[in-house]
Write a protein that binds this ligand. Structure first.
Ligand code: FRU
Length: 494
């Protein structure tokens, strides 16, 4: 049964989505219209990959959360499906918050999400109650369980908050189902709780998989937990993070904790903690396992702090990153664009060993929908260059600048001149080093974004840009001589 609230959202989509087609990016997911935040339910279902997202169709601001819905076969071309969930039940009347999805053995599609109900206290304050709920469907229409919520305060460990208890990520392993859920513990900071079930409907509390202890931010949102290249990886998005060197920026951040899961105490023993993405716009990532065994991650390419900042005329707010393949190498989480992107590469223009010392542009190297790799080496044996800069999305007024300095081993990205009519943070600096004297920058650009992958995925950084589409010049400059290779493909979606 489609509730009135869900029907209203679907009717709204039917009526208005067609007017926003012209505004859309080429290959990054948006809600089409209205607001989106976190990716939800990113999982395979019946031979395709489904993606849901936090969604408020009626405005470009956050509102009572629905789940929007798209699906894909190759992570690049997405098909839009009607809104899947609306906050239409007593236990989720104030929002269907983030969650995950899994295919059941009988072919049904199970969505697990956080139902939010706010209650006004005597002192006038709103108190939230967050519980975990289920909806089951066929890939288009979903029915909420009569037994909802399936995980509530009774299944919390002692001291666990009922107000901050959200974002279940569910998966199946053998004949059992597991879920990790973010919670706030008695010390005021985040924990990731592990739950277990035989049928995905009836759940048992297992353990605290990992706890923040006020070290990496406060509340931990949107967890995901998976095995990757002999390690166990927990990813989460901390709120109220304090900056730590150039590794973690303040505010709503993203971290991954890598180590080994101890099956006796159901706890993750950490070996290291690192940022997942160093850009200005990345939060709440989720992963899935593809049919050919790849762990693929997608994130919300936005920052909560700047989520009211966009050109006024745009009728959508929020995009997802390009899906990325994850791996572990040299004690780091690596990420690279999904290989399917390569099918959309058009003509290649390349240059090798170009000597740059001062400002240069190269014939044919320009564009705004592109996949470009720039490799930089010292151009002079006796003296090291001071810095190298790559300018993209450039015209007389605009540019986005990527700068590498070998002496400080840092990359700085500056999008001050990239179309934001707002006074916001526009610069990010992060660690990066050379390998065998070389630095490799892979830049993926779409209409409103730049994603940077350094040294074959050693680090990644995502940025929203609102630079006018015809600002498409690219140039290179350095202080001191460098030798540069450039390989550029236009990305062609038709
Ligand atoms: C993270 C988050 C989640 C929550 C959702 C609400 O961005 O705050 O914790 O489920 O957004 O839209």
């Amino acid at each position: 049964m489609i509730s009135k609230k869900l029907q209203r959202a679907r009717d709204f989509e039917k009526k208005y989505l067609r007017y926003t087609e012209e505004e859309q990016p080429g290959f990054h997911v948006t809600g089409g219209i209205g607001w989106i935040n976190d990716p939800n339910g990113f999982a395979p279902y019946q031979g395709e990959y489904h993606l849901f997202f936090q969604y408020y169709p009626y405005d470009t601001k956050w509102g009572p959360m629905h789940w929007g819905h798209v699906k894909t076969r190759d992570f690049i071309k997405w098909e839009r499906l009607p809104a899947a969930l609306a906050p239409d039940s007593e236990y989720d009347r104030d929002g269907c918050f983030s969650g995950g999805a899994v295919e059941l053995p009988d072919g049904r599609h199970l969505l697990m999400y956080t139902g939010v109900r706010n209650v006004r206290r005597r002192n006038g304050k709103l108190q939230a109650f967050q519980t975990q709920c289920i909806a089951i469907g066929d890939g288009v229409d979903y029915e909420k369980l009569a037994a909802n919520p399936v995980i509530d305060a009774e299944l919390l460990p002692e001291g666990g908050s009922t107000e901050d208890f959200r974002d279940p990520k569910i998966w199946r392993e053998g004949d059992k189902y597991y879920a990790v859920i973010g919670n706030r513990s008695a010390d005021g900071s985040g924990t990731i709780l592990l739950y277990e079930s035989d049928d995905a409907m009836h759940w048992r509390y297992v353990s605290v998989l990992s706890a923040c202890h006020n070290q990496y931010g406060r509340m931990w949102e949107c967890p995901d937990f998976f095995h990757l290249d002999e390690k166990d990886v927990l990813i989460t998005s901390p709120q109220e993070m304090s900056a730590i060197g150039l590794e973690f920026h303040p505010g709503n951040a993203n971290v991954c904790l890598v180590g080994h899961f101890d099956p006796n105490i159901h706890h993750l023993n950490r070996e290291w903690v690192q940022a997942i993405d160093y850009g200005l716009d990345f939060y709440a990532p989720q992963t899935l396992l593809t049919s050919d065994g790849r762990r693929v991650m997608i994130g919300w390419m936005q920052n909560w702090e700047t989520s009211s900042c966009k050109p006024q005329e745009l009728r959508f707010m929020g995009q997802m990153t390009l899906p990325r393949e994850l791996s572990i190498r040299n004690r780091r989480l690596y990420q690279n664009p999904v290989r399917e992107l390569e099918k959309y590469r058009g003509v290649k223009i390349d240059y090798y060993n170009v000597l740059i010392n001062g400002e240069t542009s190269l014939r044919g190297i320009s564009g705004r929908s592109l996949d470009m790799t720039v490799t930089v080496r010292p151009g002079n044996e006796s003296s090291m260059y001071k810095w190298f800069r790559l300018y993209v999305a450039r015209d007389g007024e605009h540019f986005t600048m990527i700068r590498f300095r070998p002496d400080t081993s840092t990359i700085k990205v500056d999008r001050t001149h990239s179309g934001f009519p707002h006074d916001i943070v526009n610069i990010r600096e992060f660690p990066a080093c050379v390998h065998n004297g070389e630095l490799k920058l892979r830049v993926i650009m779409d209409r409103y974004s730049l994603e940077l992958f350094v040294n074959d995925g050693e680090s990644a950084a995502s940025f929203v840009l609102y630079t006018p589409a015809d600002a498409s010049a690219i140039s290179f400059t350095s202080e001191g001589a460098v030798l540069v290779d450039v390989e550029k493909y236009d990305l062609e979606m038709d």
